[in-house]
Design a protein around this ligand. Structure first.
Ligand SMILES: NC(=O)c1ccc[n+]([C@@H]2O[C@H](COP(=O)([O-])OP(=O)(O)OC[C@H]3O[C@@H](n4cnc5c(N)ncnc54)[C@H](OP(=O)(O)O)[C@@H]3O)[C@@H](O)[C@H]2O)c1
Length: 260
């Protein structure tokens, strides 16, 4: 393992919520962190400042993950700044702008959610994997990893946000495909699958989830926090799962158990 201070992580959607939690955890463990965001520069700067205040290093990287040119420019910036990338965390994601019944779902909403949650991560992972393979060949990095942030929506039907569920189901296969393809290069790929986590994404449905949680929808009866997800990512980043790839780490309070 390289000395911690040299390792570089790119975390998409790290200005707020789960991505911010992941960036803070990595920054606190000596990782240099690329803090990607789409539009909220102030929040991204806040994440960077928090990492720096704790003695770490980070830069804010504006890029819309759905846009090909943005993804390339972001990677160019990381390579220009640090010359390496050891960890990619595909975290950026969105729900549909409006929760609409499946029978009314629009093609525009489907296209937008799929572009951000699946197509963007797919082609970002492809580009980063190529870079990692080159860096490995040059002996510049060791044991690089890719982590995808999925969701319990990969297998849980919510007919009022079908496009989101489809995108997260696709993330499951994205993880398996790259885990299979990249194993020969020594690049492990994981999916961390959060349950109900307190962020801006869930803030509009707090009451509904408060009720579900107190009724026992999750065996562990509390909201998940960004740090719960961040700890799982950190365990992967720090190489505590070296003989696992394509693995799903559920961080959901036991939601996936299907109890009777
Ligand atoms: N919260 C949950 O309960 C939950 C559960 C399971 C899975 N997840 C998944 O966890 C991930 C993070 O969710 P969250 O709850 O932390 O969301 P959030 O609070 O809404 O934050 C979303 C983050 O993603 C960024 N982002 C959105 N679209 C982007 C794009 N096109 N390009 C680049 N960045 C973009 C945002 O940047 P700006 O600040 O610039 O807008 C922000 O940093 C998502 O993939 C989500 O599907 C969340």
């Amino acid at each position: 393992m390289m000395p911690a201070a040299e390792r570089v992580a790119l975390v998409t959607g790290a200005s707020r919520g789960i991505g911010r939690g992941i960036a803070l955890a990595l920054g606190g463990h000596g990782w240099v962190v690329g803090v990607n965001y789409r539009g909220n520069a102030a929040a991204a700067q806040d994440t960077v400042a928090a990492i720096q205040a704790a003695g770490g290093a980070a830069i804010a990287l504006q890029a819309d993950i759905a846009a090909s040119a943005d993804r390339q420019q972001m990677l160019d910036q990381v390579m220009m700044e640090y010359g390496r990338i050891d960890l990619l965390v595909n975290n950026a994601g969105m729900g549909p702008r409006q929760r609409v019944d499946l029978l009314e779902m629009s093609e525009a909403s489907y296209d937008e959610v799929m572009a951000v949650n699946l197509k963007g991560p797919l082609f970002l992972t492809q580009a980063v994997a190529r870079l990692m393979i080159d860096l490995l060949g040059a002996g510049a990095i060791r044991g690089p990893k890719i982590v995808n942030i999925g969701s319990i929506s990969a297998y849980t039907s919510s007919p009022n946000r079908g496009e989101y569920c489809l995108s997260k189901a696709g993330m499951g296969m994205l993880t398996r495909l790259f885990a299979d393809r990249l194993a020969e290069h020594g690049i492990n790929v994981y999916e961390v699958r959060p349950g109900i986590v307190a962020t801006d994404m869930t803030s509009a449905v707090t009451g509904k989830y408060d009720q579900l949680i107190s009724d026992g929808v999750t065996p562990i009866r509390r909201w998940g926090q960004p740090d719960d997800v961040a700890r799982a990512v950190l365990a992967i980043a720090e190489d505590y799962l070296p003989f696992s790839t394509g693995e799903i780490i559920n961080v959901d309070g036991g939601f996936h158990l299907h109890r009777l």
